[in-house]
Every structure is written in C-alpha cells, then in structure tokens.
Design a protein around this ligand. Structure first.
Ligand code: PEP
Length: 250
C-alpha cells in the first residue's frame, strides 16, 4: 500500500550542534501516532549522530546523495556501504541541485540507483522540469524522459524500494509553488507513466512526493490531491515548527 511521507532535505545547512538541536525539537513536536513516514536528510557529516538520536523515534534518516561506485579513488565521495554501515538505509538521488550544480546526468543517476538498490537501500528519486520546459510545453516529455533514463531500467521487484519526488526546478527554493492543480496533473501523469511500463499494482503502490516551496500555508492544499502522497521539503524543513506544521497538513 502507498505510504504518506514527508521528507526534509536539509541540504548544506546545520552544523553538528544545530543538527542535534533541530532533531530534539522535532522529536518533541512531531506527532508520534500518525501513519505518515517522516524522513530527515542532514549532511553526510551529521548522519551518524542523527541515526543515534532518532533510534527510538518514528524519524528515519536519509543521505542527500552517494557515489555509484562500491569504493575506490573517488576523493570526497561516500559509498552505499558506508551509509549502510552507520544505519542509513535511504538516499535521495537525482536532486535538481545535483543535476544542475554537480552536472549529474540521467546516466550517472541511473548507476547510483542501481548501486543503492543492490545495497537494499530505499531511493527517493527526484526529477522535474525547468521553467523553460514548462513554458515550451515540454514538461511532460522531460519528466517522462527523466523517469525512463534514470529509473525505468529497474526490476519490477525493486519498486518496493522506490519513492518518487516530483520537483519542478522552477519551484525549488524560489518561493514559487506549483498550484495544487498543476502538481496533481503532473502526479497523475507520472502514475500513468509508471502504470504503462510496470503495471497497475506498482503504479498504485508507489508514493509520489511533491517538492518545491512547500510551506505550512500551502501544504494541506497540495497534500489534499489524490496522487500527491506527501512532500520533499527544503527550506521549511530547517525550522521545526514549519516542518511539523507541514507534516500535520497531510
Ligand atoms: C528541495 O530542494 O528539494 C526543495 C523542495 O526545496 P524548497 O522546499 O526549499 O523549495
């Protein structure tokens, strides 16, 4: 069955002490009885302490990225095995900042997906069009291509470990949000695209998150749509009260 999920991508924010403080605040304020899965993604350096701090809570910890190789001469990189060895079983892959700033292509992202799945990790697979794509009415094509080139080579059996995160690039960190109707239209298209290739069971079961300037005041309207199963939250995940309000908006 499809899960409701709210994930916070902390990006390159929060030092060690701040990470601990924010986690403590989240533990105090997040509901403990809901069905929503809560994921936080602090920076690599704070993952181990985040895993320790959240051990007896309903908060799960994800990495924001990882390298596709098992190990070797890749200075500055982190492997799937390293993440697993500290108890991190979830990884965000294909985030638009990885694509645009660090030049990750669909091909590289697809290798990362393979490596993560080989290590039995859950992948939050991010994708979404740029503003020019939407203006040129290419947004559906772009999204379909990103899914096909980055993800659709996987086995049917691997879908249990996939969470999709549709993040229109023009809405990330800009304060501009897709309207609930725009987001729903794309989520429905994504689910249909998955259905055509992998069948109805997988399409119905996969959680599709929306990301792009989700805030406490727009979360409930976005989450009310039938094909939107939660959110991937950037800026608003850095303030406990905002993140908790977004979780409560589901
Ligand atoms: C993100 O970076 O995944 C994101 C959705 O950021 P923001 O919420 O700040 O737009």
């Amino acid at each position: 069955m499809r899960s409701k999920i709210v994930a916070g991508n902390w990006k390159m924010n929060k030092n060690s002490e701040e990470t601990e403080d924010l986690i403590n605040e989240l533990i105090d304020k997040l509901p403990t009885d809901g069905n929503t899965k809560i994921i936080i993604a602090p920076t690599f350096i704070n993952l181990a302490s985040a895993v320790d701090h959240t051990e007896f809570t309903n908060i799960r910890v994800a990495a924001q990225n990882m390298h596709q190789a098992e190990n070797g001469a890749y200075t500055g990189e982190i492997s799937a095995d390293m993440l697993k060895s500290i108890g991190v079983n979830t990884v965000i892959l294909g985030h638009s900042e990885r694509r645009s700033i660090f030049h990750e292509t669909d091909a590289v992202i697809s290798f990362k997906v393979d490596t993560a799945l080989k290590h039995d990790m859950t992948v939050i697979f991010c994708f979404g069009e740029e503003l020019k794509d939407r203006q040129n009415k290419q947004h559906f094509n772009i999204v379909e291509n990103q899914l096909r080139d980055g993800l659709f080579h996987i086995d049917k059996s691997a879908w249990a470990n996939i969470i999709l995160a549709y993040e229109p690039v023009w809405a990330i960190g800009t304060g501009e949000t897709a309207s609930p109707e725009q987001a729903q239209e794309m989520h429905e298209f994504i689910r249909e695209t998955v259905r055509k290739v992998f069948g109805s069971d997988i399409a119905e079961d996969v959680s599709i998150l929306y990301g792009g300037s989700v805030k406490p005041d727009n979360a409930a309207a976005i989450f009310s749509k039938p094909d939107i199963d939660g959110g991937l939250i950037g800026g608003a995940a850095l303030k406990a009260d905002d993140f908790v309000a977004i979780v409560n908006g589901i």
